[in-house]
Design a protein around this ligand. Sequence first.
Ligand code: PSU
Ligand code: MN
Length: 306
Amino acid sequence: MTSFPLTFSSEVANARDGGLPIVALESTIITHGMPYPQNLEVARQVEADVRAAGATPATIAVIDGQLHIGLEEKQLIALAQARNVAKLSRADMAVCIATGRTGATTVAATMIAAQLAGIAVFATGGIGGVHKGAEGTFDISADLMELAQTPVTVVAAGAKAILDVPKTLEVLETQGVPVIAYGQDSFPAFWSATSDLKAPLRLDSAEDIARAHQTRVEMGLPGGQLVANPIPSDAEIPAATLAPVIAQAQQDAETHSITGKGVTPYLLQRIFELTEGRSLTANIALVRNNARLAAAIAALLATGEP
Ligand code: PSU
Ligand code: MN
């Protein structure tokens, strides 16, 4: 932990005082990942899920140059409706803070904030990864390099099928990131519970995941863990149903020359339209599922003896 000034919500400040478990939540999923008003409903619901599972939610964002760890209700509402909010990763977070602006945190930036705040566990939907065609565009999310250097356990539903998932797994392996499927052998594919790729590691309990996190801390290993938690089967969209939709969305992204930071939000929005909202329903179910597992891991870590 550093002396960098953080602004805690009253709920998170209380949890810190009491040594209670805290789960970090990102804000890019609110500003760039889902449409209003569902984004606000989901943000509230996910916070409630974390509480119901015995931990305190800390939604992270930069507001007017302040790094917030936990948002008050009014701030959450404002962020969910705000337009032209920056999408912050490792590269641009400090500039946003230094210039007094507002930005939502991606997985990478949320991990940085969580570490500054001493929060060990973070729940999200899916991480960024290696995009299809990366051999030409070099579009590889900074989330992967962040997992290699910042000691936070990230619970996600695997990697989205809009990515090149085999290449994403290769980069994670090269970077020394443990990729742990929860309760199954297959690496989950975000909207689908399984893929035809085997996850490098498998653990079947929150206890084992918490212990592995603790062991890395004791060994002094930098970097986090990626926990790949499959979407509940009643909410999944079969990969075969999604494949043509994703191909169409990718085609449209190319036609409209979408590049850089715009790619992921564009594809998510297009897939939402093409599936008539079904992708969003699945996305909500998987984020909530991740919030519950993250809370269980955080609660075990908070005991000091997972
Ligand atoms: N997964 C989702 N919704 C999202 C994102 C991921 O289901 O909105 C966001 C996360 O914040 C992630 C970011 O860190 O997209 C990755 O963006 P990029 O591919 O530009 O690195
Ligand atoms: Mn990118």
